[in-house]
Write a protein that binds this ligand. Structure first.
Ligand SMILES: C[S@@+](CC[C@H](N)C(=O)[O-])C[C@H]1O[C@@H](n2cnc3c(N)ncnc32)[C@H](O)[C@@H]1O
Length: 250
């Protein structure tokens, strides 16, 4: 059985068990129709993945937010989503307790720790992040009891809950939306128990994503609730953010 090696300039090469590379057409000429079909399916997937990674690289190279993040020392262009949300609503202040859910690689935490150095930043992600001065970090799944326990022990009452958590996308839109919704609900459950009166909740959602019931519940607990797609959020993404200001604990 040969293994797929690479798609290069429109040509596909395979590794044989002896580790030599063979051109696809040559290899297929020895295969039965069923095996040909199987190999072509794998190759089409690989070509699609390669095209999308090339598109991603091209987009990164021409994105002014990427250049700005490099210049400002942020780990991701995502930093500017929070910068822009905060410029609009002005909820971040020095001396607050701020929880950052889905923090990796860390640009939101960097921004809060850098601009509001007297605040306490408590961050969590499934992925490890390089330490950020002034940020306490837990690596784990926010939806588990252990992670919640850690958070509850760490922070007590909280001024701001941020959630930029996003699931790994499957490419199946309904599944991806559903997974995003679940993370939003978890973040809201936590925020409802942890926020101080007057506190703020900022969470990633998507256009048309929140159920009426969830939105009603969030609206009931804040003086005002806003939907925002900051300019730094890519136009071709369905991502947007829910911002709840002035938490009411009743
Ligand atoms: C868009 S990224 C966050 C970017 C981050 N705000 C920044 O500025 O660097 C989304 C993150 O959510 C995290 N995530 C997804 N599901 C999670 C979960 N159940 N618990 C913790 N983190 C999760 C992912 O690992 C990913 O790092």
């Amino acid at each position: 059985m040969a293994h797929l090696l690479d798609v290069c300039a429109g040509h596909v090469y395979l590794y044989t068990p002896l580790q030599t590379s063979v051109h696809l057409h040559h290899y297929l000429s020895f295969c039965c129709p069923r095996k040909k079909l199987f190999i072509m399916k794998i190759i089409n997937k690989k070509i699609a993945a390669k095209k999308s990674s090339v598109a991603w690289l091209q987009r990164q190279a021409h994105d002014p937010y990427v250049a700005r993040a490099q210049k400002d020392g942020y780990r991701a262009r995502a930093a500017y989503k929070l910068v822009e949300i905060n410029e609009k609503f002005r909820f971040l202040k020095n001396g607050q307790v701020v929880v950052d859910l889905g923090a990796a690689p860390g640009s939101w935490s960097q921004y809060v720790a850098r601009e509001f150095p007297k605040s306490r930043v408590i961050a969590m992600d499934l992925l490890e992040i390089k330490p950020i001065p002034g940020v306490e970090f837990y690596m784990g799944d926010f939806t588990t009891d252990e992670a919640l326990e850690w958070l509850n022990q760490k922070c007590g009452v909280v001024d701001v809950v941020l959630s930029d958590m996003a699931p790994n996308t499957t490419g199946h839109q309904k599944t991806d939306h559903l997974r995003q919704m679940v993370l939003l609900e978890y973040a809201w459950d936590f925020a409802r128990c942890a926020l101080k009166p007057g506190g703020t909740f900022v969470a990633k959602s998507f256009t048309g994503g929140t159920t009426d019931e969830l939105l009603r519940d969030i609206k009931k607990h804040f003086q005002s609730v806003h939907h925002i797609k900051p300019p730094a959020s890519r136009k071709d993404s369905v991502e947007m953010f829910i911002v709840g200001l002035g938490f009411k604990n009743d």
